[in-house]
Design a binder for this molecule. Sequence first.
Ligand code: CA
Ligand code: CA
Length: 382
Amino acid sequence: MPRNSLYSLRFFRNFAFVFLAVLAARSASASPVRPIDIQRAGRGLSTRGYLAAGQPVAGDPYLPQSWHLQASRVFDAWNVTRGDRRVVLAFVDSGIDYHNPDIAPNLWRNFREIPGDHVDNDRNGFIDDIIGWNFVNGKWGVGVPDPLDRAGHGTFISGIAAAAEGNGIGGAGVCPNCSIMTLRFLNHDGLGDTEDAILGIRYAVHNGASVLNLSFAGEGYDKDLHDALVEASARDIVVVAAAGNDGINNDKDEIYPANYIFPNMLTVAATDPRGRLWENSNWGLRHVQIAAPGTDIIGPWFKAWDTGSGTSLAAPIVAAAAGLIRSANPRLNAPQVVAILMSTVRHSIALEGKIRSAGVLDVGAAMRCAVTQGLPCIRRQF
Ligand code: CA
Ligand code: CA
């Protein structure tokens, strides 16, 4: 692979599910999002357990299958907040299906821009940038702004983070009241140029993102990519990167952006429902900070919902968790948000010596800390 190329971290989809999902989409064009094979309800999480926990019984049909919400204690955090529209989660990825009814209500909108008038109303260098930008065919401020997802990856991860909740369709994102900003740089094959990823990051940094999700990887240190993340750090943005799906130790390899280290950044490994590292997840005591659910994660896949496994899917869970924390306590700076998430993980023996925090995301515990005077949870040893 040429040095200048990046690729989305391909997640492993359940092919039986894909087949069912396609059938559902074809047979129900009026309501493309329908429940699929309930027998497959999230491994290790029964519907009964979900209800017994006293959690809200919303109308979204896939909530009982969303084991990651329970495992990372998202429902506990929702007792405080389901997010704030002003907290913008930016996804530098393959774009987004903005027609998806579970996505559309939560898109970030650039209200300072008048759609379709061919004028850069807000003078940010981009003409008619309404929900983000497409850097695959358009460069900085030039070209067609349409970030429609041709690969599915960007929509999937955006939905895991912030799909609408309580609307009776699909599932729900971890931060369902956060806003989704879309910066497309991966093409229909999930491939993209480092240069375009950098442009996407810089757009997010300069247009109000609170959290930046990077579910892609490339080999080799790139100074310009590093510098873009320095800008994100200076603007107090939480940066979340996927660790990679090669089953390797990142401390002995050159995987970027995963291996950049900043106090406002978390690199995420993927775990299964028992808190064990997913077999293909990368790890690294120095370069991988936290783990989050990453196997059989349900999210919007084209016109249906489907499950997949991969660190690409674990990262947006952490990104959205940061969104919840920032919604509940806007006074926290990005390094504090990162420290809270690191300090409140659910410890897992299986992650000792592999992941810096040796634990799995616990948004409920993080939320309790984030709204408590003095942030009593924060440990200094990270
Ligand atoms: Ca503009
Ligand atoms: Ca929904």
